[in-house]
Write a protein that binds this ligand. Structure first.
Ligand SMILES: NC(=O)c1ccc[n+]([C@@H]2O[C@H](COP(=O)([O-])OP(=O)(O)OC[C@H]3O[C@@H](n4cnc5c(N)ncnc54)[C@H](OP(=O)(O)O)[C@@H]3O)[C@@H](O)[C@H]2O)c1
Length: 166
């Protein structure tokens, strides 16, 4: 198991404390981060969860697809971090971009980062990405990725990468 998701078996105590602050009017909406799928149900039984922020991206933690879908079914926003950097961010190792991502980017006149962001956004209307950048050109690219529409064939090719964990 990834250490970032090892955490407590129950988040009820922590989330309950936040729910009390919400009841007191000190917090408007509650979200959770770095959770396992079972934590969502625990939290939802205490107070409404508006968003889940977990590490996730193309080829990065495909086992989180089930949590992503559960969020969609429950009207909870899924907010992946590391949607661009993926596993490389956690390991501290960068890596060469996948050839399929490069090919799709070329065909769509987009950048590989935009393909990664567009793919994440097309996982569902409840998915919101939060790419980090210190580069204004990248910021413009990342905003523009919101309008990138990958074709079914692109998505099928990317799904193979995703499930392969690359
Ligand atoms: N909830 C949590 O536990 C948690 C944990 C970690 C991070 N976060 C949050 O998640 C967000 C994203 O995290 P992150 O910034 O570390 O990861 P990220 O968004 O996946 O990747 C950022 C990296 O990608 C590069 N990049 C960004 N846009 C690019 C583009 N258009 N083209 C090429 N490269 C691009 C950035 O370099 P440049 O600066 O050169 O663009 C940077 O090296 C942040 O807001 C962070 O605070 C939350």
């Amino acid at each position: 198991m990834n250490p970032r998701l090892s955490g407590p078996d129950s988040i009820a105590d922590h989330f309950g404390a936040l729910a009390e602050l919400r009841d007191a009017g000190l917090i408007r909406h509650l979200g959770v981060s770095n959770i396992r799928p079972e934590h969502l149900a625990q939290a939802q039984s205490i107070a409404p969860v508006v968003c889940v922020q977990n590490s996730y991206g193309l080829g990065h933690r495909p086992q989180q697809d089930r949590l992503l879908r559960a969020c969609g079914e429950q009207g909870v926003a899924f907010v992946p971090y590391f949607a661009i950097a993926g596993a490389g961010r956690e390991s501290g190792l960068g890596g060469a971009e996948h050839g399929e991502v490069l090919a799709i980017a070329r065909a769509r006149q987009a950048t590989p980062a935009q393909v990664r962001l567009g793919w994440a956004l097309q996982r569902g209307p409840h998915v919101l990405v939060i790419p980090g950048t210190g580069d204004l050109d990248h910021l413009a690219d990342n905003i523009a990725a919101g309008t990138l529409r990958l074709a079914p064939d692109d998505l099928a090719r990317l799904e193979a990468i995703h499930q392969g964990g690359q």
